[in-house]
Write a protein that binds this ligand. Structure first.
Ligand SMILES: [Cu+2]
Length: 401
């Protein structure tokens, strides 16, 4: 790399970049996707694919085992994938045209950790989909592969939603590879849950577009676990975006005032509108590194918190290649947990690819507190956000001044 890939605006001090920006209030509503009542049975051939991806992956559609495998609980959703060509398709015929490909609108992911679902059994329907989106305001849109969870898709970014359960819960997973026109799945995909103690060939296997697999597991171990596609080559599927976070809350976890989630994730854009660049993945050379699927989004829209409140951020470094050194500028972590190890009074937690944990802290004065990976090459590629602390200043906060 001979020169920064982003404009000079990305090289400002964090405080300069944030000044004057409106904070984001955590929201409860994300962009939602409605599963059609009737799935279309169409056989289509995909003719557009990134050359590098095709070379790396081989057969695009139809890869994987046949339907109705009794051990894997797999069933067929009538008809398989449909490579959408209609007016709502994010992948039209002229997919190489950035103006057309930009049709998926950006929507800021809510950084508030979702509630644990009610009931004794935690049900999650996880659906893969492939879409053309931006992951940075400064780069053209390209084709990202993502997951939706229980109908929530974070379209307009490259992020996939978190899942949250409690230690000891029975977790019921239905993974659907595409299964609708809008999901637009064309590759074989899979779902590998690091929290699930199951034999991978049976449960994390690749299924073709339009198929589903169902299984249950007991979430015995607390932690922040990666989920990802395990279809070969895994580097391609993870590098294309197929990663997310499952939080398994420990039984004795102290309560806090605010819980947030951040997934650090790399992107390797290819040509506009087309699949990502596998060569860049092999070279471990991402163009973009994000928190929650879009470069600098929480720097441009800082997350509003209250001075003095107890904040917990659940973290995972999805990689697939690089490490994360998570740090809140102007803050010190009172406690942290990474991969079962715990500590206190820390400035930075280090996360290798696939590792996760959480940090507990509070902010002592009003103001803006950037959070970054302290590997500044990755920060400069987009892994930078901010908290903005204000309101309800506790009476004793002056003790810290
Ligand atoms: Cu995949």
């Amino acid at each position: 790399m001979n020169a920064p890939r982003h404009s000079d605006s990305k090289w400002r001090k964090p405080s300069e970049a944030i000044a004057g920006r409106a904070p984001v209030q955590p929201r409860g509503v994300m962009r939602r996707y409605r599963l059609p009542g009737m799935l279309v049975a169409l056989a289509c051939c995909l003719t557009i694919a990134g050359a590098a991806v095709t070379a790396a992956h081989g057969d695009r559609a139809g890869a994987g085992p046949p339907a109705s495998d009794p051990t894997g609980h797999e069933t067929h959703l009538s008809g398989g994938s449909h490579q959408g060509q209609g007016p709502n398709s994010p992948f039209p015929e002229n997919a190489g045209d950035p103006q057309v490909a930009a049709s998926e609108r950006y929507a800021l992911p809510d950084p508030t950790l979702p509630q644990t679902p009610p009931g004794d059994v935690k049900h999650f329907v996880v659906q893969s989909f492939e879409h053309v989106t931006r992951v940075s305001s400064e780069l053209p849109p390209f084709r990202v592969w993502s997951y939706g969870v229980n109908g929530v898709q974070l379209r307009g970014t490259g992020a996939s939603p978190p899942m949250v359960v409690n230690q000891g819960d029975l977790v019921d997973i239905t993974f659907i590879n595409g299964g609708s026109t809008q999901a637009n799945a064309s590759f074989g995909h899979s779902l590998d849950l690091h929290a699930a103690e199951l034999p991978p060939p049976e449960f994390f296997k690749t299924i073709p577009p339009g198929r589903r697999i169902h299984y249950r597991f007991r979430a015995n171990h607390p932690g922040v676990f990666l989920y990802h596609c395990a279809s070969p080559p895994m580097l391609l599927h993870l590098g294309a975006g197929m990663v997310g976070m499952m939080v398994v809350k420990p039984r004795d976890l102290p309560t806090v005032d605010r819980e947030l989630w951040l997934v650090q994730q790399e992107y390797y854009p290819g040509k506009p509108g087309l699949d990502p660049d596998f060569t860049k993945m092999m070279d471990r050379d991402p163009s973009v590194v994000t928190f929650n699927g879009f470069a600098f989004q929480y720097r441009d829209h800082p997350i509003a918190v209250r001075v003095g409140e107890k904040i917990r951020i659940y973290l995972i470094n999805a990689g697939p290649a690089l490490s994360s050194e998570f740090h809140v500028i102007g803050g010190v972590f009172d406690r942290w947990n990474v991969e079962g190890a715990t500590g206190h009074d820390a400035q930075t937690v280090n996360l290798g690819a696939s590792q996760g944990g959480w940090v507990d802290f509070s902010l002592k004065r009003k103001g803006v507190y950037p959070f970054v990976t302290h590997n500044f090459a990755e920060m400069a590629r987009g892994a930078e956000g901010a908290l903005i602390a204000g309101d309800a200043l506790p009476a004793d906060a002056s003790a810290n001044k």
